[in-house]
Design a protein around this ligand. Structure first.
Ligand SMILES: Nc1ncnc2c1ncn2[C@@H]1O[C@H](COP(=O)(O)OP(=O)(O)O)[C@@H](O)[C@H]1O
Ligand SMILES: [Mg+2]
Length: 135
């Protein structure tokens, strides 16, 4: 398998969320994550992809294998050119939702993954990067 393989899924419909989720599960399995972590990663991908669909209408999910300082893992990059997130602090608080959702997508994904970073600009869009390492 090619270590530099990049998987990019355009998000614009419910079906695209399913596709991104499946590709994430496959990739995490390929690089050696166990079943529980595969499920965690797939869940994180679908939460981030759902946010793209819900709040920005469209965008993309990019999956990458990452190797930094001898550690190997998976990186999810979810990006859109939507309205941006008003308050990152609120968005990362359990139960905060502007859409009457459960408000656990971002904080939950942060817990399921090892790292999560958000960059968001009003009216320009949002980039969420989440990483999970093997062991
Ligand atoms: N890609 C995005 N673009 C704009 N706003 C977003 C995006 N993702 C999340 N948000 C904002 O952050 C809030 C929290 O997101 P999340 O934790 O997934 O909860 P929920 O989707 O259930 O509301 C959302 O209600 C929304 O206001
Ligand atoms: Mg959400």
């Amino acid at each position: 398998m090619n270590n530099n393989s990049v998987t990019c899924v355009a998000i614009g419909s419910e079906g695209d969320i399913v596709e991104a989720r499946q590709k994430g599960r496959e990739l995490s399995k390929q690089i050696g994550f166990g079943l529980t972590d595969q499920a965690r990663i797939a869940t994180g991908i679908s939460e981030l992809a759902r946010n793209i669909l819900l709040y920005a209408g469209s965008g993309q999910v990019i999956l990458n294998i990452v190797e930094i300082e001898g550690r190997r893992g998976i990186e999810i990059m979810a990006q859109d050119q939507g309205p941006g997130i008003m308050s990152l602090e609120q968005a990362l608080t359990d139960g905060f939702s502007t859409s009457r959702g459960l408000g656990v997508g971002l904080p939950g994904t942060k817990r399921l993954m090892d790292e999560l970073y958000i960059e968001s600009t009003f009216n320009q869009g949002t980039v969420v990067i989440a990483r999970k390492w093997i062991n």
